[in-house]
Design a protein around this ligand. Structure first.
Ligand SMILES: C[S@@+](CC[C@H](N)C(=O)[O-])C[C@H]1O[C@@H](n2cnc3c(N)ncnc32)[C@H](O)[C@@H]1O
Length: 187
């Protein structure tokens, strides 16, 4: 692990500890739980379910399963802390989760690598492309990363939630972005 990774991990832990304070009765759905770094530092002792397709950290709390399959077939509407700490592209899953959530107050953490994708391939994930109607490879697309992702989030939440606080950080190695959202139901 490079010094950058440590700094990024430190940020991820700090922002989670800060945002989950908005939620009273915390119910965590950790959809990329891995070996449980976020669990061990932020979610221990809370109502918690972890999902990962490759590795889990506690057989009593976690399921070894594809996260989209889990979300599609289970009732997830009462979770209020959703962790999408992806290595790659979380937006397809974000869309499904958003459709199913019902809680009044919800915190979502997202790790996304589309900034790097936009730099390397002039393109981005299918889900983001659809929202912004991006049909071609576009040089310098990464410059519009924040606008593209902001539009995507706004469109997906607009009928249900309003955002009360949002934080965005590009990692030190510029490979990932960390997005944290606290939102409240419109009704
Ligand atoms: C950045 S790591 C997560 C680290 C973890 N949040 C922690 O705190 O230790 C990303 C994880 O996503 C998992 N993953 C990738 N694709 C997945 C999928 N389709 N369904 C479930 N997990 C997946 C990988 O196995 C990997 O453990």
């Amino acid at each position: 692990m490079s010094p950058n990774d440590i700094t990024n991990t430190k940020y991820k832990i700090e922002i989670r500890k800060r945002f989950i304070k908005y939620i009273d009765k915390k119910r965590v759905l950790d959809l990329y739980c891995g070996f449980g770094k976020m669990y061990n530092n932020c979610y221990k002792g809370l109502e918690y379910v972890g999902i990962d397709s490759d590795k889990i950290h506690n057989a009593d709390l976690c399921y070894l399963e594809d996260n989209k399959e889990f979300v599609n077939k289970n009732n997830i509407e009462n979770y209020n802390i959703i962790d999408l700490d992806s290595d790659d592209d979380p937006w397809g899953l974000f869309d499904i989760v958003l459709r199913k959530l019902k809680e009044k107050k919800v915190v979502i953490f997202i790790t996304d690598n589309n900034y790097q994708k936009m730099k390397n391939s002039y393109s981005c994930s299918t889900s983001l492309k659809k929202t912004d109607n991006i049909k071609f490879e576009i040089p310098l697309l990464f410059r519009f990363y924040k606008k593209i992702v902001g539009t995507h989030i706004a469109k997906k939440i607009r009928d249900k939630y309003i955002i009360k606080e949002a934080k965005y950080l590009l990692s030190n190695n510029k490979k990932k972005t960390y997005i944290s959202l606290y939102m409240e139901s419109k009704q």
